[in-house]
Design a protein around this ligand. Structure first.
Ligand code: ME8
Length: 647
């Protein structure tokens, strides 16, 4: 495997502040960086800002600032956002920096000397929003598909890049290098575009129209077209042509972009590189678009999601997890407030949070917090847990390298769910009661080892969580950063370390109001006041004494209990409450059938029956919930006879 890896985001325009879309791409790049680094590979991660062109001049004018001052301000906001989100890149390139301008001029000169740039008069449909000419066939109903405005016909003398000369080469290159552009849908889109004749690319703007750009080295009456300037950032930051970074990292370049900028990256950039005699990048990785509540995110709709506000309300790791778990890389996704909360509560608070707290609590209770020996007393369930973890690690790697983050996370969650199940099946509480220390140590060791494996795999997506898990296991949290390097085996966790039970990592979120991430107000520079998600359980609405009297609470004794096949969380109970009845209870994660049998519990006796998994449930039993979502039965052992009213 290559020992070096180069990952880039687009350099973002400084005409808008960072939002959910930019954040997604940057989180993806940071995750990839962490994944490869934790596998022992050297990674260079580049991001930055695109600061030339009409759009920036227009935005600066609106703010009444000179373009450079305006660019400094917004570029600073991007950099500060990535810093606050714990993902500073190895370099942050700005196209107004001298080091970049120098390489752009050198590159232009090389392509010019090669005979691939010529001067000509051109008339065409120009979209000022996109800063480019459009062919008729690219317009939708005569309008620019991105800006929904009719382009203006303009005629000018300009410099052109002989892009058409490289069309056949590009087609063959894409065909021969199957994963050059991925996922495949975008490769097909590019090939289909290339099936029509490719036009040459206009690469200059006369200074009479635009001065905010890099002057052409061979004609100072013109500035460089912003895309020709911007794409070169990927090599100017590496110190092209002689920089050591360039030689080390360029052969392993992976660009991450969204579908909006496919054409410049898939067509302009490889042909530009070819003309300049530089090898193409290794992969172009293209993701879809985030919409918000099913609408395109836009300033004019006032639905632009502010990442810092969302990070404050959800927590950084939960936010990162949501982004990567809920978008299929390559497809569009919808950002929806309910989906965020549902994902958080089920995957983080419930599955991962519970596994961590119950495992560590048991290690403290049964072994005074000292990690026991794995022991020799093995059972088939141990083998299953280990096999699940090893298979998941293999799948996880494959998916991460394919950028199928949602699948990679599903693989990790299989281990989490299997581990929770393993606890229920192994019944450590019964082993403790029986004094079966050999088996108990094996079970607790396996749960702790499973947590270590899980931490290594979640690290690239949820770095803080992984570090906290390592710290709770008594391991140096720094070690998780190299956790995947050669550690695909089971049993690495050393016995004898002391664990500790951390504060709940993901307290459940109960909310009635929308967890509104801060949304930029239309026509207002002041951010809208943030509505916090309440991380507390809200009391239900008040009821009257008459309402209360409608509820028939009875003392009930559990006569027998069994698991409901095909439902991990359900137990079927036979209860005596002045008559026998069946109740289906969501308690299987917290009680085994044997533990629950014989208990005196409180039954809501007049609840309308419901059918769950084909069984009619005639009532509900009461339980209290702790702040990690764990349920404990309200028991009244020895208090009265089954069927007695509870008031
Ligand atoms: O295009 N969903 O900059 P830009 C997902 N300067 N990703 C989104 C998104 C959304 N709704 N909105 C934006 C430019 N992005 C050029 C790039 S590179 C040499 C020059 C992300 O500020 C996504 O990565 O318009 C998209 O490709 C990029 O921001 C566009 O950023």
């Amino acid at each position: 495997m290559n020992r070096n890896f180069y990952v880039t985001t687009p350099i973002y325009y400084v005409n808008a502040r960072p939002h959910l879309g930019h954040t997604y791409t940057t989180v993806v790049a940071d995750t990839i960086k962490r994944y490869y680094q934790s596998s022992g590979i050297n990674v260079f991660f580049l991001t930055g800002t695109d600061e030339h062109g009409d759009k920036v001049v227009e935005a600066a004018d609106k703010e009444g600032l000179p373009p450079q001052e305006y660019a400094d301000m917004i570029s600073g906001a991007f950099r500060a956002t990535w810093d606050k989100m714990g993902m500073p890149a190895d370099d942050f390139i700005r196209t107004t920096e001298e080091r970049h301008k120098r390489v752009v001029r050198l590159f232009l000169q090389q392509v010019y000397d090669q005979g691939d740039i010529y001067f000509s008069r051109y008339g065409g449909n120009y979209c000022f929003g996109c800063e480019r000419f459009y062919l008729d066939r690219e317009l939708v109903d005569g309008k620019c598909p991105d800006h929904q405005v009719e382009p203006q016909y303009i005629e000018e003398e300009n410099y052109f890049f002989r892009m058409s000369k490289y069309q056949d080469w590009l087609i063959s290159y894409i065909k021969e290098n199957h994963d050059f552009i991925r996922p495949e849908r975008y490769r097909n889109e590019v090939l289909s575009f290339l099936s029509e004749p490719l036009e040459d690319l206009c690469i200059s703007r006369p200074k009479t129209r635009l001065t905010w750009g890099i002057t052409l080295p061979f004609d100072d009456r013109f500035v460089t077209y912003v895309w020709f300037d911007a794409l070169i950032n990927y090599i100017s930051a590496l110190g092209y042509p002689d920089g050591e970074l360039f030689h080390t990292y360029w052969p392993h370049a992976n660009h991450i972009i969204a579908k909006d900028i496919l054409k410049p990256h898939a067509i302009f950039w490889p042909t530009m590189l070819k003309s300049a005699g530089i090898e193409p990048y290794r992969h172009l990785n293209v993701h879809g678009y985030w919409n918000v509540e099913s609408q395109k995110m836009s300033k004019s709709l006032g639905n632009v999601v502010d990442p810092l506000s969302l990070m404050d309300t959800l927590g950084l790791d939960a936010f990162r997890y949501f982004l990567l778990r809920d978008m299929v890389f390559g497809l569009d996704s919808n950002f929806n407030h309910e989906a965020v909360i549902t994902r958080y509560n089920s995957d983080l608070a419930n599955d991962l949070g519970n596994l961590l707290s119950r495992t560590l609590t048991m290690a403290v209770k049964y072994f005074d917090g000292v990690i026991p020996e794995p022991g020799k007393d093995k059972s088939a369930t141990d083998g299953e847990l280990m096999a699940t973890a090893l298979a998941a690690t293999r799948d996880y790697r494959m998916y991460m390298e394919d950028l199928a983050f949602h699948r990679a996370m599903t693989a990790v969650w299989e281990v989490i769910r299997r581990s929770n199940q393993y606890i229920v099946e192994s019944e450590p509480w019964t082993l403790a009661k029986q004094g079966n220390r050999g088996r108990l140590s094996a079970v607790i060791y396996n749960c702790l080892e499973s947590l270590r494996t899980i931490a290594c795999m979640v690290y690239p997506v949820m770095p803080q969580t992984a570090e906290k898990i390592f710290a709770s296991l008594g391991l140096d949290p720094e070690l998780v950063r190299s956790g995947l390097a050669g550690s695909d085996d089971w049993g690495k966790l050393p016995s004898g370390l002391t664990v500790n039970v951390p504060e709940p990592l993901f307290p459940r979120i109960e909310t009635k109001e929308k967890p509104a991430p801060q949304v930029e107000q239309k026509q207002s520079s002041k951010p809208k006041k943030e509505k916090k998600i309440k991380k507390v359980i809200e009391p239900p609405a008040e009821i009257t004494i008459e309402d209360l009297q409608k509820v028939d609470l009875r003392l009930a004794q559990v006569i027998s209990a069994e698991r409901v096949p095909g439902a991990d969380r359900l137990l079927k109970l036979e209860v005596e409450a002045g008559g026998r009845r069946t109740v289906v209870a969501g308690m299987a994660e917290y009680y085994t059938p044997e533990e629950i049998t014989g208990k005196s519990v409180v039954l809501v006796a007049n609840l309308k029956p419901v059918t769950l998994k084909g069984i009619e449930s005639q009532g509900m039993i009461l339980a209290s919930e702790n702040d990690q979502g764990r349920l404990s039965l309200l028991t009244l052992d020895g208090v009265g006879k089954p069927g007695a009213r509870v008031r």
